[in-house]
Design a protein around this ligand. Structure first.
Ligand code: NAD
Length: 643
């Protein structure tokens, strides 16, 4: 019996998973064969739709067949698994982007690898027996096969809930969450399949659709949103442990099983993918984790406990309540030359390699340039004061670095320097290339640089970043981008390497506008958080209690929950490292000044921003704030009284 049956049936190309005794678990060979069939059906003009189903009534596909992955990884061969995932993810991307309609019939279990085959097509049909889940955290992996993208775009915080608890969805749930489209009673599936093959018309599916009834998950939405909205896994656990209800007890019970590290990374992954539509990007991020899952993670232990020894007692690296944010970030760091390559296995590599000039190799620029070089781009750097990082070739001047470049990136201290360097590099750049300024500078300078570039038929983007030195090193920066759309498209692959998100905010200067508005909020919020801690001290309220309450109440903020200014409280932050920056108070002062300069130019009333600017100016220029993290406002307030 073959594990996969493929054939042409009138207007349909058909793929049937045929391992019913193994719940149709997906072997490596099945992945490759499905892809080959798909390629053939897409190329055949006589085929108008592709139909995917599975033999037996217990499962469409209960996951990937991971026994061989376990065996090879246990013997120290991590390449087999990495190649399996690469080929499987390429299949997932093809299913999600196929030019032809793909109809899948998902009876019984559809889990993990099964979701990757059955839940990316255009018409996903569920019935009474359907049970869909992303249970990867249970074996020390994160939700993958593109499932993190579906979870990220689920209603409210349902993605975080399903990704961490590994809970199963009913048919109605799956439609509500976004894993399926249509409920059709299973006794009609044969008739639907015959009609689809005979006519090649997916429009007829609507005629068979029935009401799946209410989605049990939807009834829990308020609870899910309330408890799963935290920035990190510990935020979620804290929120759940503050309330004693059926929902919180059940959720906490479920969270005790899976790998804490995988759940922490899953939360981060879902946050990073929220609002994305590009499956390639989600797969790239998932692969960062799966690539490392056997060598640095807990995949081997997860499979041992659940599938090989079946003792269901995995020895995870972390306790559930550990703060493992840094370890989770490490698992999601970019892979450089090992990054997921979705191009055909034998396609020539090297396509898309760019020649990049990089000016300004300081705290931020050096790691950004190093990440681009590690990803295979040809990077030439210039900085009058600092040496080039590994992989970057040194140039004698900014103009030298820019000569013949496809893209020139600048990461400089201020607007005057950015204007001067722009004049130098634009003279050397070819028409059609792109100048990408990632420095934080004034809106006016950004617009002046864009005008200079336009006059030479060179694209220009102002793309300041959020994420600091850690984000630059880890390739997790957020870019706020102003400038024309074509230049944005050219720079997109570079944003994907240097960061996790790039938002195109409109015309030239709008990236800087977004940045200074964001940082005006950040500065004012940090001050409010610090003065509230200092007040709480004087009122006799201990800091941990203050954190426990505020981090789950309406005073919640990024400065409290993710970057708590009180040492020993909340996640690890610069406060725990004697206020070494992080994000320096000097830089916050710079950004607040830019915000007030911009506010003045357009006559906007920004009293909170102005007060924050004055306080940071006093702290940095008259007190001892220079060189400290911007959260060192807390010890400052602590020492002061009202006079
Ligand atoms: P930095 O001072 O460490 O680096 C700036 C670099 O520019 C220096 O190495 C300097 O020698 C170089 N430089 C100056 N003139 C030059 C010229 N003419 N040609 C080439 N190089 C030149 O500063 P940084 O922390 O890397 O910050 C860079 C930019 O990023 C700033 O605009 C800053 O506001 C912004 N930023 C910084 C952070 C952070 O946490 N450090 C976070 C977000 C944004």
């Amino acid at each position: 019996m073959t594990d996969l049956i493929t054939r042409v049936d009138a207007h349909a190309g058909r793929i049937t998973l045929n391992r019913p005794d193994a719940l149709n678990a997906l072997t490596y060979q099945m992945c490759l064969d499905i892809e080959a069939a798909l390629d053939g059906f897409e190329a055949d003009p006589a085929i108008t739709l592709i139909l995917i189903d599975a033999a037996g009534d217990k499962a469409f596909c209960a996951g990937g067949d991971i026994a061989e992955m376990y065996r090879t990884a246990k013997a120290g061969n991590f390449e087999y698994g990495r190649q399996f995932w690469t080929d499987e993810y390429r299949l997932n991307a093809k299913l999600a982007t196929s030019p032809k309609p793909i109809v899948s019939f998902l009876q019984g279990f559809t889990m993990g690898g099964g979701v990757g085959v059955g839940c990316h097509g255009s018409h996903r049909i569920v019935g009474e027996s359907s049970k869909i889940a992303m249970p990867e955290c249970g074996i020390g992996l994160v939700p993958d096969v593109g499932g993190s993208l579906i979870l990220a775009n689920a209603p409210g915080r349902v993605g975080e809930y399903l990704g961490t608890t590994t809970a199963r969805m009913t048919a109605a749930d799956a439609i509500w969450v976004g894993f399926a489209d249509t409920f059709i009673p299973e006794d009609q599936w044969d008739a639907v399949k015959t009609a689809l093959c005979d006519t090649g018309d997916v429009g007829l599916i609507a005629g068979f659709a029935a009401d799946p009834g209410p989605a049990p998950l939807a009834a829990k939405l308020d609870d899910i949103n309330r408890h799963f909205a935290g920035v990190t896994l510990p935020d979620i656990l804290r929120s759940l442990s503050f309330e004693d209800t059926d929902f919180t007890r059940d959720a906490l019970r479920r969270l005790r099983g899976p790998s804490p590290l995988a759940m922490a990374a899953a939360v981060e992954l879902i946050h990073r993918n929220r609002g994305q539509t590009d499956i390639a990007k989600a797969l790239d991020m998932e692969y960062r984790y799966t690539f490392r899952s056997a060598s640095d993670g807990e995949f081997i232990e997860g499979i041992r406990a659940l599938i090989i020894d079946k003792d269901k007692s995995p020895k995870w690296h972390h306790d559930l309540h550990d703060n493992m944010a840094m370890d989770a970030y490490k698992m999601l760091r970019p892979l450089g030359k090992d990054a997921l390559d979705l191009s055909q296995p034998n396609a020539a590599t090297g396509d898309g390699t760019m020649k990049i000039g990089f000016c300004g190799l300081g705290n931020m620029g050096a790691p950004m340039a190093a990440n681009l070089a590690a990803a295979g781009h040809q990077v030439t750097g210039f900085d009058p004061a600092t040496p080039c990082p590994d992989g970057v070739t040194a140039a004698k001047s900014a103009a030298d670095a820019a000569t013949g470049a496809d893209v020139v990136i600048t990461m400089l201290p201020n607007g005057d320097i950015a204007r001067a360097v722009a004049a130098d590099v634009l003279a050397a750049m070819p028409p059609g290339s792109v100048l990408l300024d990632c420095s934080t500078i004034d809106v006016e300078s950004a617009r002046a640089i864009a005008a200079m570039a336009r006059a030479k038929s060179i694209g220009a983007l102002d793309a300041p970043v959020s994420g600091g030195v850690g984000g630059a090193a880890g390739g997790t920066l957020t870019f706020m981008v102003g400038g024309d759309g074509a230049a944005f498209e050219t720079a997109k692959p570079l944003f994907d390497i240097m960061g996790q998100k790039a938002v195109h905010c409109g015309d030239a200067g709008n990236g800087q506008a977004a940045k200074i508005c964001n940082n005006m909020i950040l500065g004012a919020t940090m001050i409010a958080t610090c003065e509230a801690f200092a007040l709480a001290d004087k009122l006799g309220l201990d800091r941990q209690s203050m954190f426990d309450v505020v981090s789950t109440s309406s005073g919640y903020s990024w400065t409290m929950n993710a970057y708590c200014p009180a040492p020993g409280v909340g996640p690890t932050s610069p406060a725990d490292n004697d206020y070494q920056p992080g994000f320096a108070a000097d830089l916050m002062l710079k950004d607040l000044r830019l915000s007030q300069q911009a506010a003045k130019a357009v006559n906007a009333d920004t009293p909170m921003g102005a007060a924050a600017q004055d306080l940071y100016a006093q702290f940095v220029e008259q007190e001892d704030g220079a060189g400290k993290d911007f959260s060192a406002m807390l010890p400052r307030f602590e020492k002061r009284d009202r006079t």
